[in-house]
Design a protein around this ligand. Structure first.
Ligand SMILES: *[C@@H]1O[C@H](CO)[C@@H](O)[C@H](O)[C@H]1NC(C)=O
Ligand SMILES: *[C@@H]1O[C@H](CO)[C@@H](O)[C@H](O)[C@H]1NC(C)=O
Length: 356
C-alpha cells in the first residue's frame, strides 16, 4: 500500500518534471530575428549600393575592438542588448555580412537596413533594402536553417524565435515630410499615410505568421521630433522638440497597438506584442541627468548646429570624448548607453513574457 503510494508519487513527479521540462522548452527563445532600419542594422548596408553607411570612424568607437561595423552608434544597438538579455550572444550579426554564416545566424540575425521603412518609397530615397526584400532574405535564411538544423528542428526554432520589428521613423522623416512634388505628402494626408503604413505592417506580420513565426514584437516610434536633426530645424522655437512630429509618433503608436490587438484575435497561436519605447525615450530627453546624461539636445558626433543629414565622420573636430554623457551619438541615432536603457526597459515591460 505504502509502496504503491510512493510509486504513484514517483510517477507523478516524473510527469510533473516532464511537464515542466516541456513548458520550459516551449518558452525558450532560441534565436532573435530582426527586421527594420538603422536603429537595428548591424552592417547590411555595407554590402549594398547606398551612401547610407556607418562603417567608418568614429562609429563603433566603443564597440568591442573599437571597430565600426555599420551600426549607427558608438557601440551596440538595442537588439544586441535584447539578445544578451535572452541569454543569447551579445551582438546580432548582419545577414549580408560575409564574416558570418548559418551557424552564427541560427541563434540571431538582422535583416535590417538603415534608411528602410514600411513604404517601398522610403527605401527608394537612399537605395536601401526595402521591407519586402528583408522578407525575401528571411525566406532564404529559413532554407539555410533547414539545411543546417534539419527540417523539423528549423521549424521549431522559427516558431520559438523572437522576431523583432523596428522601423517607421524614416517613413515620416525621410519620406513623407521630405516628399518631392507628387510624392507621398501630395498623395496622402498624414492620417491616410499612417493607415497606409499600418496596412503594410499588418500584411508583413501575416507573412511572418504564414512562414511559421509566432513570437513577434512590433516596435513603436520614439518621439521623433526630439531627434537632434529635427530640433536643429526648429530654430524659430529655440531648438525645442518638434511637437508636430511627436504627435504623429503618438498617433501612429496607437494604431500599431490596435493592430496588435486585432491580429492577436485573428491569428491563432500568435503572440504579438507592441513594444513602446516612446515614454522611456521622452523621459531620457526631458530629464537626462536622472539617467546620468549631461546633454540631450545635440549629438556627441557633429556639432548639432545646422547638421542636415548624417554629418558624423572622422573629420568632425567637435566629436565629444565621452559618449556616455550624451543621449545622442549622431543627429539621428542614440548612443550605446541610451540604446541599453531603452532595450532594458523594453525587455522588462514588453518582452518579459517570452523570457520564462
Ligand atoms: C561557418 O564558419 C565557420 C568558421 O568561420 C566554419 O568552421 C563552419 O564550418 C561554417 N559553417 C557552415 C555551416 O558553413
Ligand atoms: C513594394 O514592392 C514590392 C516589389 O515590387 C511589391 O511586391 C509590393 O506590393 C510593394 N508594396 C506596396 C505596398 O506597394
Amino acid at each position: 500500500m505504502s509502496n504503491t503510494f510512493m510509486h504513484n508519487i514517483f510517477l507523478l513527479s516524473i510527469l510533473l518534471f516532464q511537464f515542466l521540462g516541456i513548458v520550459k522548452i516551449d518558452a525558450k527563445v532560441p534565436a532573435v530575428i530582426v527586421f527594420g532600419d538603422s536603429s537595428v542594422d548591424a552592417g547590411n548596408n555595407n554590402y549594398i549600393r547606398t551612401v547610407l553607411r556607418s562603417n567608418f570612424k568614429p562609429y563603433g568607437r566603443d564597440f568591442a575592438g573599437g571597430k565600426p561595423t555599420g551600426r549607427f552608434s558608438n557601440g551596440k544597438v538595442p537588439t544586441d542588448f535584447i539578445s544578451e538579455a535572452f541569454g543569447l550572444k551579445p551582438t546580432i550579426p548582419a545577414y549580408l555580412d560575409i564574416k558570418y554564416n548559418i551557424s552564427d545566424f541560427a541563434t540571431g540575425v538582422t535583416f535590417a537596413s538603415a534608411g528602410s521603412g514600411y513604404d517601398n518609397a522610403t527605401s527608394d530615397v537612399l537605395s536601401v533594402i526595402p521591407l519586402w526584400k528583408e522578407l525575401e532574405y528571411y525566406k532564404e535564411y529559413q532554407k539555410k536553417l533547414a539545411a543546417y538544423q534539419g527540417e523539423n528542428a528549423a521549424k521549431q526554432t522559427i516558431s520559438e524565435a523572437l522576431h523583432l520589428m523596428s522601423l517607421g521613423t524614416n517613413d515620416f522623416l525621410e519620406n513623407y515630410y521630405s516628399s518631392p512634388p507628387g510624392g507621398r505628402s501630395s498623395q496622402y494626408t498624414i492620417r491616410q499615410f499612417e493607415d497606409f503604413l499600418i496596412g503594410i505592417a499588418g500584411n508583413f506580420i501575416k507573412e511572418l505568421y504564414g512562414l511559421g513565426a509566432r513570437k513577434i514584437s512590433m516596435g513603436g516610434l520614439v518621439p521623433m521630433g526630439c531627434l537632434p536633426l529635427e530640433r536643429t530645424t526648429n530654430f524659430m522655437s529655440g531648438n525645442e522638440c518638434l511637437q508636430r512630429y511627436n504627435d504623429v509618433a503618438l498617433e501612429f503608436n496607437d494604431k500599431l497597438k490596435n493592430l496588435a490587438v486585432k491580429l492577436n484575435k485573428e491569428l491563432p497561436g500568435i503572440r504579438l506584442v507592441f513594444s513602446n519605447p516612446y515614454y522611456i525615450f521622452m523621459s531620457i530627453v526631458r530629464r537626462p541627468s536622472t539617467f546620468g546624461f549631461e546633454v540631450a539636445s545635440v549629438a556627441c558626433c557633429a556639432t548639432g548646429l545646422f547638421e542636415m543629414g548624417y554629418a558624423c565622420n572622422e573629420n568632425n573636430m567637435f566629436t565629444c570624448t565621452d559618449a556616455t554623457k550624451y543621449v545622442f551619438w549622431d543627429a539621428f541615432h542614440p548612443t550605446e548607453k541610451t540604446n541599453q536603457i531603452i532595450a532594458n526597459y523594453v525587455v522588462k515591460h514588453f518582452l518579459a513574457q517570452f523570457l520564462s
